[in-house]
Each structure stands twice: as structure tokens, then as C-alpha cells.
Ligand binder design. Structure first.
Ligand code: 2U9
Length: 325
């Protein structure tokens, strides 16, 4: 009987490894371990085994039963995981998944667009620090000590007397200190002013300023450059006009309006001829050289071009807004 049990065990092992269909495996399990299966017939024969062999036969029956149960359990598990794997196999007919692509922030796009227009007009890109000294932010720009823009309400000061630049103009001072005319630079960047936030004000915004210095540069050159810019940025046929104004760093100075068919004349930038004191301060002879300068707020340009009605949209990172650009 013990021999027969061992044969039963090895037969079961052989058959079970050949089966790879879960349904056939189940049938095989019934054949061996079912109530009327091959194994059950051994258990019922135990009483016929001679008394002296019965103990050993009983032990063998128990061992083989556990072995068969383990065998089928292992085979079932193997087939099951194979089934899971085949269900996970690559389906090349499925639509592909794509990573979500980001895009440039609308202000970045507008900065690129504007600087690119001026680069095509021959201006070189210049950048400078956001933390400045009073000298570069004010004195070098002919803004006197008693000028109201210098008091603490219009500029963020550090305790050591340095400050966050309130305009990008210090960049052009740095440029003129290291580059002699002829020079044409365009300077985009962040500026900071302690204004209360509302639909048109932010304590941080972006400016783009331009500067051209050479012999014989005139107000006519300024008008030509700004008209070329306005036509590129707002569209062919765009009209601009100049109104007299005052800035400490330019003389004469002007506000520049652009005509929008739907809204009439709107002020979009400031400009003028570089003040002789500014040129003198960076050791450029104002008798020999003249220059023009202009400045514009990037947020304002973007709002005018795209009809954005609140500056805060640019800074709130709401994808419903950002995805429109
Ligand atoms: C140097 C000399 C002159 C830059 C200029 C303006 C006029 C101007 C404003 C536009 C809107 C600032 O962002 S805003 O509030 N800017 O009106 N900016 S002329 O003049 C310079 C700059 C540098 C060395």
C-alpha cells in the first residue's frame, strides 16, 4: 500500500505540472482528492491492511494527503498569477497616455515678444540685479535726495540702505559704465514698489526699458523706434501719439499713447531724451552724445493686448487663466 501511495503521489505531480488550464487543474484535483477520488479509495482500505503495517500506512496516507493538497494549491497559485500577468500584457490598441505639457507664463511670453521686436531693431539684451543701491536706483538717474519717489513709501528698503529696484533703469546705468556709445540696449526685469494691491497695482511687476546713445540721436529716432514697436506688437497701422510730460532722467519727456479702435487713446509708455546729467554721471560727454530712453510696464502691455482686466490674474497661478495663453 505504501508503494501504491508513493506512485499515486508521483503520478499526481506529473499530471499537475502538465496542466496549464485552471479548469483542467480543478478536474485533476477532483480526480485525486475528490470524495470519490483516487486518494479516498486508499483511506477506506486502511482497515484491510495487516495490523503490523497499519501504523506506517496511516502515516503515509497522511503525508501524501498533505503533499497532494500542497501540490494543487501551488499549481493553482502558479496558474492564477500567470492569468493576472496575461491580463496586464501590453495592449497596443489602447490610446496612448501623454504627459501634460506646460507652457510659458503669459508675462514671460510678452517679455519674449517685446524684447524680440527690439532685438530685431538692433537692441542688445541687458539684465541687472534686483537688489540695488540708492546710487543706481536714484542718484545716477538724476532723482534728487528730496524727490518724493525716494521716501520709504515708494521703495522697499533693506536695513543696510540697499533697496529693491523700483524701475529697471539702474540696468542701463551699469551698461553705460562698462560700454561706451554707440549703444542700444533693451532691459526687461522685475521691479518692486510698496503699492496696495488692486486690479491695476502689484507690489512686484515687470518693466521693459530701452536706451539708445550715440552721436546725433534725436527725438525723431525715438518716435520711429516706438512706432515700429507699436506696429509690431499691436498690429500694422497702429497709431501712436506723444504728450509732453516730466521725468527726472529724461528731458524732454513724453507720455506715449496708443490708439485702440475699440477704446480710443490709452497711455502705454513713457519716454524721452536722456538727461545730460545722467550721461555726465557715467562719463559720457553730453555735448558729443545724445540718447533716448523709454519704459513700459509688461503687465499693462499684456492686459491691453489680451484684454485682461485684473493684474492679479498674472500672479494667482489659476490654470483656467494660464491655459488660455
Ligand atoms: C536711463 C535713462 C532714462 C526710462 C524711462 C519712462 C520714461 C517711463 C514708466 C512706464 C510705466 C515706468 O512701468 S512704468 O510705471 N516708465 O515712463 N521710463 S523714460 O528712462 C531712462 C532709463 C534709464 C539711464
Amino acid at each position: 500500500m505504501i508503494e501504491a501511495l508513493k506512485k499515486l503521489e508521483s503520478d499526481a505531480q506529473g499530471e499537475a505540472t502538465l496542466v496549464s488550464d485552471p479548469k483542467l487543474l480543478e478536474e485533476l484535483k477532483v480526480k485525486y482528492l475528490g470524495r470519490k477520488g483516487l486518494f479516498a479509495s486508499f483511506s477506506s482500505q486502511i482497515s484491510q491492511v495487516p495490523a503490523e503495517e497499519r501504523r506506517a500506512a496511516g502515516q503515509e496516507i497522511n503525508r501524501v494527503k498533505l503533499a497532494l493538497e500542497a501540490l494543487f494549491a501551488a499549481r493553482e497559485k502558479a496558474l492564477e498569477s500567470k492569468g493576472v500577468l496575461s491580463a496586464r500584457r501590453l495592449d497596443t490598441t489602447m490610446p496612448a497616455t501623454f504627459p501634460e505639457l506646460g507652457s510659458l507664463h503669459p508675462l514671460t511670453q510678452v517679455i519674449y515678444d517685446i524684447t524680440e521686436i527690439f532685438r530685431r531693431l538692433g537692441f542688445n539684451l541687458a539684465e541687472g540685479p534686483e537688489v540695488e543701491t540708492e546710487h543706481y536706483n536714484f542718484e545716477a538717474l538724476n532723482i534728487p535726495l528730496n524727490h518724493p519717489a525716494r521716501d520709504g513709501f515708494d521703495t522697499f528698503y533693506f536695513e543696510d540702505g540697499r533697496l529693491l529696484r523700483s524701475q529697471t533703469s539702474p540696468v542701463q546705468i551699469h551698461v553705460m559704465e562698462r560700454t561706451k556709445p554707440p549703444l542700444k540696449v533693451i532691459a526687461p526685469g522685475k521691479v518692486f514698489r510698496p503699492d496696495a494691491t488692486d486690479a491695476t497695482h502689484s507690489f512686484m511687476f515687470h518693466q521693459i526699458e530701452g536706451l539708445m546713445v550715440d552721436e546725433g540721436v534725436s527725438f525723431a529716432d525715438l518716435k520711429g523706434v516706438l512706432l515700429a514697436f507699436a506696429e509690431e506688437f499691436f498690429g500694422a497701422g497702429t497709431k501712436i501719439r506723444f504728450r509732453p510730460s516730466f521725468f527726472p532722467f529724461t528731458e524732454p519727456s513724453a507720455e506715449v499713447d496708443v490708439h485702440f479702435p475699440s477704446r480710443g487713446w490709452l497711455e502705454v509708455l513713457g519716454a524721452g531724451m536722456v538727461h545730460p546729467n545722467v550721461l555726465h554721471g557715467v562719463k559720457i560727454d553730453p555735448e558729443r552724445f545724445t540718447g533716448f530712453a523709454f519704459g513700459m510696464g509688461v503687465e499693462r502691455m499684456a492686459m491691453l493686448k489680451y484684454g485682461v482686466e485684473d493684474i492679479r490674474h498674472f500672479f494667482e497661478n489659476d490654470l483656467r487663466f494660464l491655459k488660455q495663453f
